[in-house]
Design a protein around this ligand. Sequence first.
Ligand SMILES: Nc1ncnc2c1ncn2[C@@H]1O[C@H](COP(=O)(O)OP(=O)(O)OP(=O)(O)O)[C@@H](O)[C@H]1O
Length: 742
Amino acid sequence: MEQQELETLEGTVEDIIFENTDNGYMVFEVSGGGALTVVCGVVGELHVGESVVCRGRYENHAAYGRQFHAQECETDMPKDMEAVYAFLASGSLPYIGASTANKIIQKFGASALDIIANDPGQLTTIRGITADKADRIQQEFKRMFGMRELIAYLAQFEISPRRAMEVFRVFGPGAAQAIAANPYLLCGEPLQLDFRHADSIAQYYQMEGDCVQRLEAALLRTLRHNANNGHTCVPRVQLLETASAFIHQPREKLEIALDHCLEDGILRQRKYAGGDYIYLPDLLDAEETIAHRLALLMKKSPEKPRGLEKSIQVLELAQGFAYAPEQKEAIRKAMTENCLVLTGGPGTGKTTTVNAILQLLEQQAERVALCAPTGRAAKRLGELTGRKASTIHRLLEVDYSGGVLQFIHNEKNLLRYDVVILDEMSMVDVKLFQSLLAALRYSCRIILVGDSDQLPSVGPGNILGEVIKSGRIPTVCLNRIFRQAEQSLIVKNAHNVVGGRPLQKGGREDDFFFLEADGDACRRLVCELVTTRLPRSYGFDPIRDIQVLCPTKLGPCGTQALNVELQQLLNPPEKSKPQLQSAARVFRVGDKVMQVRNNYEIVWHRDGGEQGVGAYNGDIGIVESINLRDRSMVVRMDDRRLVYPAENLGELEIAYAITVHKSQGSEFPAVILPAAQVPVRLCYRNLFYTGITRAKRLCIVTGRRDTVNAMMANIRQNRRYSGLCELLTDELPPEQGALPQS
Ligand SMILES: Nc1ncnc2c1ncn2[C@@H]1O[C@H](COP(=O)(O)OP(=O)(O)OP(=O)(O)O)[C@@H](O)[C@H]1O
């Protein structure tokens, strides 16, 4: 229906105004019907001189006037001589500029493009074009039109030009043949297209629903889907059942396909106590490497620093208080063992202990690296220890030049540290930890600090939980809440949550409150707290200091509804305030935004001139300016300024309200946690605990008492399949590694 309403614009491309080669978004001028029209849209690749038929709609742009928004764009080779000349002179082909284009046209006329495509040898008759150059010209010409053909081919299966360009980049000129032979390649890495696209291509080629390509793809897709939910492996039985239900094929057929995949090494299997588990090879590799490296550290003889007790006493004198017995034990172990896990809830003295360890290590002139998985956690670690702390990515130095994530520091270029202290360990996934271990010298000692009651990492694995569970790595768990911390109801209630005790209600002077409300009333209450009550009573800045943390995105108290309302209240549209629409979001100058995936290439400038690259999932900032012409935005994140070009806007979300999952590793002066209508799958204790422990000075839980009680009662930690505990116990039989936990 929609299709019939589209208008058509036909003509020749006169000029390319803006081009994004990554996603195919272009702004260009088309002459046709006696007029010159500015056209924009995701059209793939275009060149001056080409004939185009665009379908879309005319729109009036606030700044640029009337434009044509193309939803579809068919192109053809330049037809008449003038268009062929314009195309050749546009510089789209290598070695051909305006004057060579002129010579080619004089010699071959309108058939110049046929010659380039089919008989490039003839080009050598033009001065300056050697046989090699003629070949390169032909290759580039074929690439250009190959991409064009692929866009048209995939469009029949409702695959957008933007996706088609990605397909072309991955499979090159042979893309169409490769896809015809196995349409399910599209569902694999790195494209991960929806299965229904591959199914419709397979149907077109009359492939059966139980063809081997489809069965294997279903197994891989199920494992990848589980990896995205944090599992490093899946029980064999469960994998077969899920994949069978997903593609409606009998389990036996999937079993045969699975055995093929195992034989070919596409998948791997490990036997643990509970049965057989299937892995994607890279995730098993990561868990095996981690277990092996930690085991090697445990097999190395421990350090024997002299005068340790004396040094601890000196520190106590300087501090003016005595360390608790578990803190002392952690300090001793940190100075002697090659690997230590230090864990505990808020206010139990982890940072105080880390500071003591740092001082002792520095006295021994050990080279110590302090790091954490997120920028915010690293910043906090730096502030609390008064030392330089960086993200793991920064420590390893990202190299994204090849378009895939690599690190400059790796097994061939080791980091020169004697000890690494890694904070917020609960957030580290297996791949990142594997990369970190690879870049450390074998003798480098490791101290892992974290709170195992927090939500586990976003990426696959549950390293902290599994390492503690194995009992093979020295672990000190700090349980005691210190007096200062005890005065805080946030801290007390955090421990109540973990201990399964009821929440303590807050009084006027407290830093924790529960306010009862449901549905829309709860949403209105949250908005009122953010916009008026908390700024008035506590002097909080509603945008900078207060963070709404929602268990869910949906519903009246989810991030989506709250962001719409809070944006309207805190940063309403104004005539003088530039704003940009990107997908369903509107960004305005002054909005709070969050980066929602890792981008290793985006450039930032720090105040004071330093420049670098990278914005990471969970980084929060404020929109500082908007350029309407090229649809770019400048976002300030702490002391850094990042320029987001149009194609990167999809990586940003409005962030007055964010999910608890996204808040891991961050702290905020004031947190409001609406717990009214929480879907059952998100109704669990770790999530509630992680949310309230993000608050530094004030935490307000709003919502329904029964929802809060249900969240607190549900200790079913979202189970994560991982073999790390078993791999560690295999590597370290009890006599080598087992240590009683304190
Ligand atoms: N042995 C001790 N005696 C007295 N006070 C202590 C002791 N250890 C820590 N504290 C105090 O307890 C409070 C909490 O300690 P610390 O910040 O180290 O805990 P934490 O576990 O890092 O907390 P969080 O995870 O919330 O940051 C601090 O005010 C600290 O000075």
